[in-house]
Design a binder for this molecule. Structure first.
Ligand code: NAD
Length: 375
């Protein structure tokens, strides 16, 4: 059984296998091939992969021969021409926004696992790529904001006077938000945070930040810990409650997501107009519609002197570590279902992890939301 790791396309800096995972795959009895110069930009030369037992191949050969193909981002339509029937592809697939790809996979009888759909269970925690990447994304968001902001984060008492700490407001306290709070605190900022899930208040306080209380009525979360969508009235209440905190903040980091849906617009242009020129907003939800009015994917927008950062690949800013943890997520997933004795990957749709993250298998849709949307 052959596992292939292609080089990522476009500007993606992350990779799906760092050299330290090669031995683990080979010890399990898998044959590993990687595309030429897969990790060169991160300092991982082909020779390192070769010395550790991988075959270095061109993209076409790897795709044609691979029984399992793992990448960070989805393969292109052109790539799929070369992928064998009955093989398995594993990557972030964006299945709810790319109907064409999902239908193609089904028609071509290619099995596919979407890393976004790994269930949030204790057993699957080590495969949870959304969390491993969001954590580093939250860290990178704060560093980018601190670089753009023309102020220091910590308070400094100097002979030339006292410098007051910068104020950071984090909206949405999931995995990314918690790391953003922790990073901003470590840098010495004064941090406030808000989330619609009340359970978060204790976590915010335990990091030494202030939880902003806004009464928006009943809110719900799914069994997997995701927030449910707010009503239009609740969003209005939230905006009104946040207005003053926003206008006093030097930095706002927004991470609010609603699973499988467009992100809610939380910060309006009117709220941005009240902020001080020079302030910075990082919209971490920009890739799924954005939390900030006027944010643009992969652009820094200047609105009356306020910079709105729309970086869609914040984990890619710390690509070595993002690749290391993503490689671990992928290995743990394969390892969980690898039957070493018989050299087969046991794909059973009744398994609670696979039933969640398998998008297509044996010419059928598997994940229930994908099935409901596309059948
Ligand atoms: P996410 O990326 O879906 O959303 C980010 C945050 O935005 C969430 O905390 C959400 O409540 C919040 N949000 C949504 N709408 C909002 C709004 N209008 N205003 C303010 N905030 C809003 O969430 P996530 O980071 O993936 O994690 C969600 C939860 O799941 C967290 O509590 C996390 O600890 C938990 N989790 C559990 C596991 C596990 O059990 N294995 C794994 C990962 C995460």
């Amino acid at each position: 059984m052959k596992i292939f790791f292609p080089k990522e396309l476009d500007s993606e800096a992350r990779i799906s296998i760092t050299p330290d995972f090669l031995k683990k795959y080979i010890d399990s009895g898998l044959k590993v091939s990687v595309q030429t110069s897969i990790g060169l930009h991160l300092g991982f030369k082909d020779e390192i992969y070769k010395e550790l037992g991988a075959e270095i191949v061109d993209r076409k050969k790897g795709l044609k021969e691979g029984n399992i193909i793992c990448s960070v981002n989805k393969l292109s339509g052109e790539d799929l021409i070369d992928v064998k029937e009955n093989s398995l592809i594993v990557s972030f697939l964006d299945p709810f926004n790319d109907k064409g790809l999902v239908e193609d996979l089904k028609a071509k009888n290619i099995s596919s696992i979407s890393m976004e759909l790994i269930p949030r269970t204790t057993r699957a925690q080590k495969m949870d790529a959304l969390s491993s990447q969001a954590n580093l994304g939250g860290y990178a968001a704060v560093l980018i904001a601190s670089n753009i902001l023309s102020k220091s984060f910590p308070m400094m008492m100097t002979a030339a006077g006292t410098i007051s700490p910068s104020k950071v407001f984090v909206v949405g306290v999931g995995v990314a938000g918690l790391q953003a709070i922790a990073t901003a605190k470590r840098l010495g900022a004064k941090v406030e945070a808000f989330d619609t899930r009340p359970v978060v208040e204790e976590q915010v306080k335990s990091l030494g930040a202030r939880f902003v209380k806004i009464d928006i009525g009943e809110t719900e979360e799914t069994s997997q810990g995701y927030a449910k969508e707010l009503t239009a009235e609740q969003i209005d209440l939230q905006r009104a409650g946040m207005k003053k905190v926003c206008s006093n903040s030097d930095v706002i980091i927004t991470t609010a997501q609603v699973f499988g849906r467009k992100a809610p617009i939380i910060i309006t242009s009117e709220m941005i107009e009240d902020m001080n020129p020079g302030s910075v907003i990082v919209d971490m939800a920009v890739g799924t519609g954005g939390n900030v009015e006027g944010s643009k994917p992969n652009e820094n927008v200047d609105l009356n002197g306020i910079t709105i950062v729309g970086n869609t690949n914040l984990p890619g800013e710390v690509a070595v570590h993002a690749s290391q943890v993503y490689s671990a997520n992928i290995f743990n997933l394969i390892d969980e279902f690898w039957d070493q004795k018989n050299s087969i990957l046991e794909i059973t749709t009744s398994d609670e992890i696979l039933s969640g993250c398998l998008v297509t298998h044996k010419g059928e849709f598997v994940n229930s939301i994908v099935k409901e949307r596309y059948s």
